[in-house]
Design a protein around this ligand. Structure first.
Ligand SMILES: C[S@@+](CC[C@H](N)C(=O)[O-])C[C@H]1O[C@@H](n2cnc3c(N)ncnc32)[C@H](O)[C@@H]1O
Length: 238
């Protein structure tokens, strides 16, 4: 029976891939992922520059997906796995169980419905790395992702309520309509939060050579362009 592993490959830096993820990807017949996730394991699947559905030197079948092509690629993968004895790894940045549920839930149903077993392999999340960089405990923080499709009203309320309750918040902004500067404006203008009372760490491209941190208060978040790979930590100062 074929098996699909939904594998977390960490936030992008090489040192953040677990041994089990590495071993499974090495052994897999098919590896599927977005470019950023595939890049995180480029040493495992060999150079993936210019790849697109190409057979790799190690005999691995690597399939790059985009938002547009993913449904077709998954349908093809099902065809290639059904009734066979193959292994496929679908890669996720960070941990598949954080801010990926829209796609993970869909894949679990899709593969199970086609008789393909699914297992999730956890990875190191970008929020874990941000918590470590900011030296704050995840269990004493509120985690929020705005990286979802559709309405984010509920998440916005959760954010304001957590800050009012004096909790730290670790959040993923939404490219490009709810980025750090929009979040600050929303909290001040719509929720009446006193932005002088919160410090902010904004992490871009965590664990990559282009990693960058901006430390400021909520009131003076620079109004500039941020990377889409961005985690924001908001901490009460008093
Ligand atoms: C669809 S979510 C996936 C989150 C992922 N499952 C995780 O656990 O980190 C994509 C968002 O994760 C965050 N992210 C992923 N990798 C990152 C990195 N290296 N640096 C900063 N943020 C990152 C960004 O906010 C990005 O827009």
């Amino acid at each position: 029976m074929s098996k699909v592993y939904l594998v977390g490959v960490g936030p992008g830096g090489e040192g953040y891939i677990t041994d089990i993820a590495r071993r499974l990807i090495e052994r897999a017949d098919i590896v599927v992922g977005y470019k950023h996730a595939l890049n995180a394991v480029r040493d495992v699947v060999n150079s993936i520059d210019g790849y697109s559905n190409s057979k790799m030197a190690k005999g691995k079948d690597v399939r790059i997906i985009t938002l547009k092509t993913q449904d077709d690629v998954y349908a093809q993968v099902i065809d290639d796995l059904k009734g066979k004895d193959k292994v496929c790894c679908i890669l996720f940045t960070g941990d598949p169980d954080f801010s990926e549920s829209e796609i993970v839930d869909r894949l679990v149903t899709l593969f199970a419905g086609n008789g393909v077993e699914v297992e999730i392999i956890p990875g190191i999340s970008s929020v874990q790395v941000a918590a470590a960089r900011s030296k704050i405990a995840i269990d004493k923080s509120t985690l929020i992702t705005f990286h979802i499709t559709g309405s984010i009203d509920r998440e916005k309320d959760t954010l304001a309520n957590a800050l009012r309750a004096g909790r730290s918040v670790i959040l993923l902004p939404r490219p490009w309509d709810f980025m750090p500067q929009h979040i600050a404006r929303f909290l001040m203008d719509e929720k009446g939060i006193d932005a002088n009372c919160f410090s902010v760490d904004i992490y871009e491209n965590l664990t990559l050579s282009s990693e960058r941190v901006t430390r400021c208060t909520l009131v003076d978040i620079p109004d500039r362009e941020y990377s889409d790979l961005c985690v924001m930590v908001i901490k009460p100062m008093y």
